[in-house]
Design a protein around this ligand. Structure first.
Ligand code: BTN
Length: 325
């Protein structure tokens, strides 16, 4: 009910009377007032004037369904949105609920207390500074095709950033860089049995409105935020809905026919690694080579001393002058 009242206030230019609200929703004026109060404690600024009613003045900087629905144009992604103010990790929560919910369900939080990155690292997830979300998908594909979904998510991040006027590069397979520094990372986790995928969780983190002091000092050389790079506050709601729209657009062909050509093109055309000397880290093995392209499976084609080889997964560092970053 609170959401319906909010929706009414959002679509009304001016005041809505308490009487109108109580009639429309079949509630007493006291019940309406309680919902208004609850919205105020959620961070909505609502003016209340005797004989006029209620007027929405401003909305909080939160990225829940109520705040992004007007811009959401998806068919699958975001069908259902679990929003948390604080959670340990959206990927952990997504895995907990994945088998009980529909494909396309997403978990999103304003803050993560144990945000997880790849290789057991932490993901810095300060309150309302970034976008921390996990998308549950259940494609009918073989587990060895899952790496393609990481590229698909990276391509969607690239496109969402482009929509807000930020040029970025995709560092195969799971990072997005702005001015050579990481602003976004993807953590893909899968659950499968006997060659059948039960679900995949695409965890996406984007550093949006972090100030320099919000980025831990030891990673400032490699990591940044959109606000630091463009010099102004970014509208997280707009960016988040653009991200979900692009994910949906790229995921539907993949889910229906396995087609991921558009994502592949985006990753190839905006690659931070193709043409670069790189170091590939796989487990405790590191090898140097030159990245020459991404093949139709989404694998990075690398010229090693031993010859040309496809690399399906791994951590890549790019050589800059005499060191790798
Ligand atoms: C990486 O670059 O190492 C991947 C980072 C992934 C971070 C996101 S934030 C939302 C989701 N929940 C998590 O705990 N991690 C992912």
């Amino acid at each position: 009910m609170k959401h319906q009242i909010l929706f009414k206030l959002q679509e009304t230019d001016g005041f809505v009377s308490g009487g109108k609200l109580s009639k429309e929703f079949g509630l007493s004026r006291t019940a309406i007032w309680k919902h208004i109060h609850s919205l105020i404690s959620d961070g909505y600024e609502i003016e209340s004037v005797t004989n006029k009613g209620y007027r929405l003045i401003s909305s909080p900087d939160i990225i829940n369904y109520d705040e992004i629905k007007d811009e959401l144009e998806t068919k699958i992604i975001g069908r259902s949105i679990y929003h948390y103010k604080t959670i340990d990790s959206t990927n952990r929560k997504a895995k907990e609920i994945a088998s009980k919910v529909d494909e396309g369900t997403i978990v999103v939080a304003e803050e993560q207390t144990s945000g997880r990155g790849r290789l057991g690292r932490n993901w810095n997830s300060k309150m309302t500074k970034g976008i921390y979300t996990s998308i549950i998908v259940k494609p009918e594909t073989e587990p060895d095709k899952v790496a393609k979904l990481t590229l698909l998510a990276a391509a969607a991040v690239y496109q969402a950033l482009k929509d807000i006027g930020v040029e970025s590069k995709i560092k195969w397979p799971n990072d997005v860089l702005v001015n050579g520094k990481k602003v976004s990372g993807i953590l893909t986790e899968m659950n499968c049995e006997l060659g059948i995928i039960n679900y995949i969780v695409l965890g996406i983190g984007i550093n949006v409105n972090h100030n320099l002091e919000d980025i831990p000092e030891d990673i400032r050389e490699k990591a940044t935020s959109l606000k630091i790079e463009v010099g102004q506050q970014i509208d997280r709601k707009h960016l988040f809905s653009r991200l979900l729209n692009h994910l949906d657009e790229l995921y539907i062909p993949f889910e229906t026919t396995g087609d991921f050509e558009s994502a592949l093109d985006i990753c190839r055309d905006n690659s931070a690694v193709i043409g670069e000397d790189i170091m590939v880290i796989q487990g405790n093995k590191t090898r140097e080579g030159r990245a020459i392209g991404i093949n139709h499976n989404g694998e990075l084609m690398v010229h090693f001393a031993e010859g040309l080889e496809p690399v399906l997964s791994g951590e890549v560092s790019i050589r800059k002058k005499d060191r790798y970053i």
